[in-house]
Design a protein around this ligand. Structure first.
Ligand code: ZN
Length: 165
C-alpha cells in the first residue's frame, strides 16, 4: 500500500519536474484556452490542434501544448493529460476524460467507506500514469487541481468543433 503511494508520488513529481508537451502552438490554427482554479491559484493554458475538426468525434488531436503555472497536482495532471490525448480522436479523448473524472468522483464517494484501493479495476489500464492521481481524492480540495486541465481541454475541443459550423 505505502509502496504504491510512493510510486504514485514519484510519477506525479516526474511529470511536475519534467512536464510533457510544455510550450505554445501558433493560434490559429491551434485553439488557445485558459483555465483557472481560484481555490488554489492554478492556471492552465491549453493549445490544442484538431485536424479536420468538422469530423466531430472522429477528428484527431494532432498536437497539444501546455502553459501556465500552479501546484504540483495541477501541473502534473496537465502533463499526463497532454501525453495521454496526443494523437487520439476527439471521441476517445472524451471517453478518457469521463473515465478520469469518474475515477475522481467514485473515489470521492468511497472516502467514507474507508480504504479504496483497487489497481485491478478495468479503467486502470486505459488511464496509465493518470492512475497516480487516484490518491488526490483523499484531499477533496485538490480534486479541482487535478481536473482543471481536463475541463480546459474539453472547452478547447468544444470551441474547435464550434468553429467548423
Ligand atoms: Zn492546485
Amino acid at each position: 500500500m505505502s509502496g504504491l503511494e510512493d510510486l504514485y508520488r514519484e510519477i506525479i513529481l516526474d511529470h511536475y519536474r519534467s512536464p510533457r508537451n510544455r510550450g505554445e502552438l501558433p493560434s490559429p490554427p491551434a485553439h488557445r484556452v485558459e483555465g483557472f482554479n481560484p481555490l488554489c491559484g492554478d492556471e492552465i493554458v491549453v493549445y490544442v490542434e484538431v485536424d479536420d475538426a468538422a469530423k466531430g468525434d472522429a477528428a484527431v488531436v494532432s498536437d497539444i501544448r501546455i502553459g501556465g503555472q500552479g501546484c504540483s497536482i495541477s501541473q502534473s495532471s496537465a502533463s499526463m493529460m497532454s501525453a495521454a490525448v496526443k494523437g487520439h480522436t476527439v471521441g476517445e479523448i472524451r471517453d478518457l476524460t469521463r473515465s478520469f473524472k469518474s475515477m475522481m468522483s467514485i473515489h470521492e464517494e468511497g472516502l467514507e467507506g474507508g480504504e479504496v484501493d483497487d489497481p485491478g479495476e478495468a479503467d486502470a489500464l486505459e488511464l496509465g500514469d493518470l492512475e497516480a492521481l487516484r490518491g488526490v481524492v483523499k484531499f477533496p480540495v485538490r480534486i479541482k487541481c487535478a481536473t482543471l486541465s481536463w475541463n480546459t481541454l474539453a472547452q478547447g475541443l468544444d470551441e474547435a468543433a464550434a468553429a467548423t459550423t
